[in-house]
Design a protein around this ligand. Sequence first.
Ligand code: SF4
Ligand code: SF4
Length: 147
Amino acid sequence: MEEIPFWQEKSLAEMTADEWESLCDGCGKCCLIKLEDEDSGEILFTDVACKLLDRQNCRCGDYARRRHLVPDCVVLTADTVGSLAFMPETCAYRLLSEGQDLYWWHPLVSGDPDSVHTAGMSVRGRTVCESSVPDAELEDHIVKWPR
Ligand code: SF4
Ligand code: SF4
């Protein structure tokens, strides 16, 4: 009989720490600077990446100390992920919290850690670092592709 993968069998709250971490597909989209439309409240992504993001492998450059180095970095939990409107629709945590399954390109499904990149679902090759963009120019960097 075919084994049911843990992300289909368990709720987010039931997962072990390792299972929880493995859900991150490494897209890096949540590490982009976001702006909020003052009128509509809509969250707008930019192609400007957090200074700690390794923009090639799309992973945090200092995951263990991220909260210390970037105080507004949001740490996801099973309780909060469903209410975080700024998470991209493709985020594995958001998908599962909304009752959807993972996409074929998710490394847990494909078995290939690079599939998120080769499928064009990550930020690789599409960002600039926040240290090179003045705040006044962030609006010029608004993009739709992270959605
Ligand atoms: S958007 Fe979700 S899946 Fe992508 S890097 Fe962030 S936490 Fe991981
Ligand atoms: S500190 Fe790390 S995890 Fe947090 S937004 Fe920056 S790169 Fe992403």
